[in-house]
Design a protein around this ligand. Structure first.
Ligand code: GLC
Length: 556
């Protein structure tokens, strides 16, 4: 590409800047699948530390680490045994401190995952609850109810967990506990003061260790309001409006919890940040994102859209409007550890409004690479990412997307790990395919992930998408991300955009206040670019025309 501004120039990382998060590019690390320094087949924190130069070369401003806490991995680490420690297989607290120091040394901030809706069933509190009688303070930290029917041998209600199967599990004395996810993830009772205080302790624990922010798992689930008497049926639960008074989700009173958290965040300089994972209606996101609450909330709308100009424009306009209302900045996400990678989603036929999650039918049909238009998917993913990185707001990038990685769809059943697969036979294949350890080298044990192999099988096609292979290719997706992130740091300005008339329904163009212009061609026909200095493009530009399925950045 011609005329690239100096990609070596990284955004200045001032620790005193309290608004660093508003338009940050954040790189999500799934630690068990990132880099394995000790060769036990599982990625670890020293592995992250070793790769800090890689992240610096990428030009991201922050990393978010999915859980690295002690865990039996019933849900990939989102089943936490101890919120204030490191899983011994991933390292120690000293390793954590060394990692934070290395990241900070490179000007990269650190966000950690907090999982407050549920602990694991190995957490000291849950063990204590099991050993204690019904009605005890130990059981009050969770959501226990008597079973129904003779001998209380039937569940208190017919509720279904999000991973499939019953949401209530018996403990052998007539009582049952609620788990909205796997049975190894008992839901906490957030009406209990001790639970609340313990999480304040956890937030301070990591903030004191230099953590800059938190990603809050299932942020809309903490507050619940179960009646003491008979519980509603699952059909009734599903039918009840999500108006802030729902029995399980997105209750208005959850924000009392986050108001307390905000006070803790604001004890620090700069204030610690937080982003909510809240699967709520778009018009209810603003409260999670408010300055009195968590401060920012994920917007998954683009992640759920087809590669389609009209859908993208509607989503972008809507979310920029919401951000103005909440006073927060918006967030953009195409991939994370829970969804089929976006290069693969875009390699499949559009859903045209169908409800199913993009990629799930392909996964169920065997997830073969042969059924993908891999090249088209990658070209679309590159174009979408370049558009994303030009938008106002934060961009959350998932490890491996900078390599243009496709989903590994055909993992043998015997090697799958995700509870969503085990609990939903024939319905859900689960999320392992985006959690396969990423390839660092063309060859070698586990493509350079670590000497001890990989805990999920890696396909042969990983070789050509490895960091080593892409590093050497100036036109690779890795080098596109590097250039784009470097430029983004230099071009970022106020959180506004102005749409430009393109004369075509399949072309979106917008200009940021400082003249930074992004043009995306969703269809196949080339498009004559407006005048301006061409900075970067995800697809060829010939005679001033951007080829189909591409994004170009210009400066006017
Ligand atoms: C969130 C996480 C997901 C996890 C679930 C339960 O949605 O992103 O990975 O399974 O919460 O903790």
């Amino acid at each position: 590409m011609t005329d690239v501004l100096d990609p070596e120039v990284q955004p200045a990382a001032s620790t005193a800047d309290a608004t660093w998060w508003r338009q940050a590019s954040v790189y999500q690390i799934y630690p068990r699948s990132f880099a394995d320094a000790d060769g036990d087949g599982i990625g670890d924190l020293p592995g992250v530390t070793e790769r800090v130069p890689y992240m610096a070369s990428l030009g991201v401003e922050a990393v978010w680490l999915s859980p690295f806490y002690p865990s039996a991995l019933a849900d990939g680490g989102y089943d936490v045994d101890d919120y204030r420690d490191v899983d011994p297989r991933l390292g120690t607290l000293d390793d954590f401190d060394a990692m934070v120091a290395a990241l900070h040394g490179a000007g990269i901030r650190v966000i950690v995952d907090v999982v407050p809706n549920h602990t694991s069933d190995r957490h000291a509190w849950f063990r204590e609850a099991l050993a204690a009688p019904a009605g005890s303070p130990a059981r009050d930290r969770y959501v226990f109810r008597d079973g129904s029917g003779p001998d209380r041998a039937e569940p208190p209600a017919d509720w279904v967990s999000i991973f499939g199967g019953p949401a209530w599990t018996a403990v052998g004395d007539g009582q049952w506990y609620l788990h909205n996810f796997a049975k190894e993830q008992p839901d906490l009772n957030w009406a209990n003061r001790e639970v609340r205080d313990d999480f304040l302790h956890t937030l301070r624990f990591w903030s004191d260790r230099g953590v800059d922010g938190f990603r809050i798992d299932v942020a809309h689930g903490l507050a619940k309001d179960l009646p003491e008497g008979p519980l509603p049926t699952w059909a009734e639960v599903l039918a009840s409006p999500k108006d802030g008074q729902h029995i399980l989700w997105d209750r208005d009173d959850v924000h009392e919890i986050y108001a307390e958290w905000r006070k803790v965040f604001d004890e620090y300089t700069p204030a610690r940040t937080a982003v909510a994972e809240a699967w709520v209606a778009a018009d209810r996101r603003a409260r999670y994102a408010s300055a009195e609450g968590l401060g920012q909330a994920f917007n998954f709308d683009l992640l759920e859209a087809d590669f389609d100009a009209a859908q993208f424009r509607t989503i972008i306009e809507f979310n920029l409007g919401l951000a103005e209302q909440s006073g927060s900045s918006t967030t953009w996400v195409f991939s994370n550890h829970d969804v089929v990678r976006h290069a693969t989603r875009y390699a499949l036929p559009a859903r045209n409004g169908a409800e199913e999650k993009q990629g799930s039918a392909w996964l169920l049909a065997g997830g073969s690479q042969d059924d993908l238009d891999r090249d088209l998917g990658l070209r679309r993913a590159r174009a979408a990412t370049l558009l994303e990185l030009a938008l106002p707001g934060s961009a959350y990038l998932y490890q491996g997307e900078e390599l243009g990685l496709h989903e590994v769809g055909d993992i043998p059943d015997a090697e799958r790990q995700d509870p969503a697969f085990f609990r939903n036979p024939g319905v859900d294949v689960g999320r392992d395919g985006c959690r396969v350890p990423i390839p660092w080298t063309r060859q070698g044990s586990s493509f350079g992930f670590g000497a001890g192999g990989s805990h999920l099988p890696q396909p042969a096609w990983f070789a050509d998408s490895s960091v080593e292979a892409e590093d050497a290719d100036p036109d690779s997706t890795l080098n596109l991300y590097r250039k784009a992130l470097g430029l983004r740091g230099q071009l970022q300005s106020e959180e506004h955009l102005e749409w430009l008339e393109t004369g075509r329904d399949d072309v979106l163009a917008f200009r940021r206040p400082n003249g930074w212009t992004s043009v995306t061609v969703f269809g196949d026909e080339p498009y004559d670019l407006p005048s301006g200095e061409l900075l970067l493009a995800s697809a060829p530009v010939a005679d001033g025309a951007l080829s189909g399925v591409g994004t170009a950045w210009l400066r006017s």
